[in-house]
Write a protein that binds this ligand. Structure first.
Ligand SMILES: C[S@@+](CC[C@H](N)C(=O)[O-])C[C@H]1O[C@@H](n2cnc3c(N)ncnc32)[C@H](O)[C@@H]1O
Length: 274
C-alpha cells in the first residue's frame, strides 16, 4: 500500500467528495433519530497543505485554493468553506479537512462513526484527528469487510467508500460491499467515490450497481473527455439510496468543479433509472 492521501488532499476530486459528503450528512441529519456512519477508507483525517507530500504535487492549487478564492462559488460549497476556515483560524489556507474531520465535526449526541484505516502511520494520525469527537472511533481494519459485517442492521446508516484504487479489484469490492450492506440494512445509504479515467470502466461499474440500486444517484465531474485511461480525467460520486433533495446540489457541485478544467469540463448529477 503506497497510497498516501496527503499527495492529493484538497484537489478537485476532494471538493466533489467532501462537498457531496457534507450535503448528504445535512440531509440525513435533518431526519429524526441517530445516524450510524462507517468510513471504509478514512486516511489520516486532516492534511497540512504546506507539508512535503502535498507540496510535491501541488494539487490543491487547482482545488481548495480556487474554491476559497471564489466568492461567487455556489452556496452548496459553504459548509466545506466554513470547515476550512475553522481549521485555519489565522486566515491562511494551510490545513485541509479529510472525511474524518468533516464527519466528526458534525456528529450529534447519539450518532456513531467508525473510521477504518489500514496504514500504521495514517491510523495514528486518524486517532489524533478523532480524539475530540465523542461517538467516533478509529479502527485499523479492512473497511470493506467492516462495512459489510458491521453496518447498523436497522435505522439510518451511511457508508462512505473511498478507496485508493491501487488494486484491480476495488471496483468489484465496492459492488460486493454495496450488496452486503443492503442485505443487512435495506435503508442504508452507500456513497462511493471513483476516479473517471475511461468510459468503459465507469460504465461497467454502473452496470453492476444497477441491479442492486436502480435509482442510484450519479454525480459525474469530467474535467476533460474520458479518452485517456492513464489519466484521471474526472471523478464521480455514486450514491445508492440518496435522499430526496440530493440531486440538485450534487449537480451544482459537479458542474462548478468541472469548470476548474481547461474549458472542456462537464458536470452533472443523474439517476441510473431516470
Ligand atoms: C483516498 S484515501 C481516503 C481519504 C479520506 N476518505 C478522505 O476523504 O479524507 C484512501 C485510504 O484508504 C486506506 N486503505 C487502503 N485500503 C484499505 C482498506 N482495505 N481498508 C481500510 N483502509 C484502506 C489507504 O491507506 C488510504 O489512507
Amino acid at each position: 500500500m503506497n497510497y498516501r492521501h496527503a499527495f492529493h488532499a484538497g484537489n478537485f476530486a476532494d471538493l466533489v467528495k467532501h462537498a457531496g459528503l457534507l450535503t448528504l450528512l445535512e440531509l440525513m441529519m435533518a431526519r429524526p433519530g441517530p445516524l450510524s456512519i462507517i468510513d471504509t477508507h478514512a486516511g489520516a483525517g486532516g492534511y497540512d497543505l504546506e507539508g512535503e507530500l502535498s507540496r510535491r504535487t501541488g494539487e490543491a492549487a487547482q482545488g481548495i485554493f480556487r474554491l476559497m478564492a471564489d466568492e461567487g462559488a455556489p452556496g452548496v460549497f459553504d459548509g466545506l468553506k466554513e470547515a476550512v476556515r475553522q481549521g485555519n483560524p489565522d486566515g491562511e489556507v494551510r490545513f485541509y479537512p479529510g472525511s474524518p474531520s468533516l464527519i466528526g465535526g458534525r456528529l450529534r449526541a447519539g450518532d456513531r462513526y467508525t473510521a477504518c484505516e489500514l496504514r500504521d502511520d495514517d491510523k495514528a494520525l486518524l486517532e489524533q484527528t478523532l480524539q475530540p469527537f465523542a461517538g467516533a472511533r478509529a479502527l485499523q481494519a479492512d473497511g470493506y469487510s467492516t462495512a459489510a459485517d458491521g453496518v447498523a442492521a436497522s435505522g439510518a446508516a451511511l457508508v462512505l467508500v473511498d478507496p485508493p484504487f491501487e488494486r484491480a479489484d476495488d471496483y468489484q469490492r465496492i459492488v460486493d460491499t454495496l450488496a452486503a450492506v443492503r442485505r443487512r440494512n435495506a435503508r442504508a445509504v452507500l456513497a462511493a467515490w471513483l476516479p473517471l479515467k475511461d468510459l468503459e470502466t465507469f460504465d461497467s461499474f454502473l452496470r453492476q450497481v444497477e441491479p442492486l440500486a436502480p435509482d442510484a444517484l450519479i454525480g459525474e465531474c469530467r474535467l476533460r473527455p474520458l479518452d485517456n485511461p492513464l489519466k484521471m480525467n474526472g471523478c464521480a460520486l455514486v450514491i445508492a439510496g440518496a435522499p430526496d433533495g440530493m440531486d440538485q446540489p450534487l449537480g451544482e457541485i459537479c458542474a462548478w468543479v468541472a469548470g476548474l478544467g481547461e474549458g472542456q469540463g462537464r458536470g452533472e448529477a443523474w439517476r441510473l433509472n431516470g
